[in-house]
Design a binder for this molecule. Structure first.
Ligand SMILES: *[C@@H]1O[C@H](CO)[C@@H](O)[C@H](O)[C@H]1NC(C)=O
Ligand SMILES: *[C@@H]1O[C@H](CO)[C@@H](O)[C@H](O)[C@H]1NC(C)=O
Ligand SMILES: *[C@@H]1O[C@H](CO)[C@@H](O)[C@H](O)[C@H]1NC(C)=O
Ligand SMILES: *[C@@H]1O[C@H](CO)[C@@H](O)[C@H](O)[C@H]1NC(C)=O
Length: 364
């Protein structure tokens, strides 16, 4: 009995650890946030990351990004495929940090599509009617009992000058377009990076990493499903076979060890893992059938950012209400069964679903 378990354990260890140590050492978790190339924790070897993508893991739970001129931010989420990172003030008041000026100099990150907002301090008697709620945003973490701090898109100001009379201007800030879009301030703000470009590699389930070449270091892709048998592909087959085999053996080992003294209910963990949208809600999001001209509402954007394929005539696209990003219907439907938010801008259409349902019944 004990001998069988030792044999299983050693096969399991050999298969999982030996071929993968060099890659696995660069894949770690900080809390629940997976950290891998181009990011690395300052405790990992420098070859695990790309220059200026260093994070630290505060208290072993909170991944933290330090901007050279703007200080520390909590990392809320990293999207390795679309190359977005969501950061938040450590005290959950990102607007305060934006007011102090978010300076991204010396970092690989940028604020996509920034919009100018004017921030006002309004006396409380005026606050309830001060600014149009649809366009302005009440900043609760900066407001007090007798005053409200509100942000308003700068280009909308001339439309409502009268309503800002009881407010004093504090500053103009650059913030994400979605800032007043009803997104939860706890989500922080999204930054993007362009270099190194690992989008294709990540979307093919490969491992993006630094490779030595004749003149220095270069970014390449190892594994994943690609065409042709390059060195990387052979490398990929090794892992593609190694992981399932060791997974099965590991599972056997696990079952063996837990056999007889397993008094927990494992299914309760698994069932709570999926947290996407209901199929009926997804069906309420508008669809477009592409004509022969393939003309779209946003010219120039002719590639689905989920499958990275160009849109073809007669294909069906689906639009996310609220942000109006569109994708292949098949791609986004699958995405939304696992995630509640738009993969591009992370705005969550769930709250808007009922509005959409009622407006589409009006227009039809
Ligand atoms: C570190 O975590 C512990 C418990 O997990 C918590 O009590 C403590 O406040 C945390 N420290 C910091 C600096 O966040
Ligand atoms: C960021 O801060 C540095 C140092 O204070 C300054 O030289 C640079 O001009 C700032 N950049 C922006 C965009 O404000
Ligand atoms: C807003 O104005 C009030 C006085 O009207 C002041 O007490 C308060 O500190 C101001 N708030 C900010 C964040 O500047
Ligand atoms: C090696 O990498 C550098 C970038 O680090 C790149 O400019 C150069 O073209 C690469 N050389 C080869 C032979 O791929």
């Amino acid at each position: 009995m004990a001998v069988i378990e030792i044999v299983f354990a050693s096969i399991f260890l050999v298969l999982t650890l030996q071929p993968s140590t060099s890659i696995e050492i660069c894949r770690v978790l900080c809390g629940i946030q997976p950290i891998h190339f181009p990011f690395r924790l300052d405790s990992q070897p420098s070859r695990c990351g790309y220059p200026r993508f260093d994070l630290s893991c505060k208290n072993e739970t909170q991944a933290t990004l330090t901007l050279p001129f703007s200080g520390d931010f909590a990392v809320v989420n990293i999207d390795y495929i679309f190359q977005n990172i969501w950061i938040n003030d450590l005290d959950h008041c990102t607007p305060r940090r934006l007011l102090q000026g978010l300076n991204l100099s010396g970092t690989p990150f940028e604020l996509p599509h920034p919009r100018s907002y004017t921030v006002f301090n309004c006396s409380s008697s005026a606050s309830s009617t001060a600014l149009e709620p649809a366009e302005s945003r009440f900043i609760s973490c900066l407001s007090g009992t007798d005053f409200s701090v509100v942000a308003m898109p700068t280009e909308r100001l001339d439309l409502s000058t009268s309503s800002t009379a009881s407010c004093s201007e504090m500053a103009k800030v650059l913030a994400p377009v979605s800032w007043t879009g009803g997104s939860d301030p706890g989500d922080g703000i999204m930054l993007t990076w362009k270099e190194p470009d690992c989008t294709l590699c990540e979307s093919r389930a490969g491992t993006c990493m630094l490779f030595k070449n004749d003149t220095g270091m270069d970014v390449g892709c190892s594994g994943g499903f690609s065409n042709g048998l390059s060195i990387e592909a052979k490398f990929g087959i090794m892992f593609g076979v190694g992981i399932p085999v060791s997974f099965i053996l590991g599972l056997l080992f696990y079952l063996k060890v837990n056999d007889g003294h397993n008094d927990q209910n494992p299914s309760s963990e698994a069932s709570s893992a999926v947290k996407g949208l209901d199929g009926q809600i997804i069906e309420t999001y508008p669809m477009t059938l592409l004509g022969e001209s393939r003309r779209l509402a946003r010219p120039g954007d002719n590639t689905c950012s989920i499958c990275l394929c160009e849109y073809l005539a007669k294909e069906t696209l689906r639009t996310i209400p609220g942000c109006n990003h569109y994708f292949h219907a098949d791609c986004i439907d699958e995405w939304l069964t696992l995630n509640v938010a738009c993969p591009l801008c992370r705005s969550s259409p769930e709250k808007l679903a009922s509005d959409v349902a009622s407006s589409s019944s009006l227009s039809s």
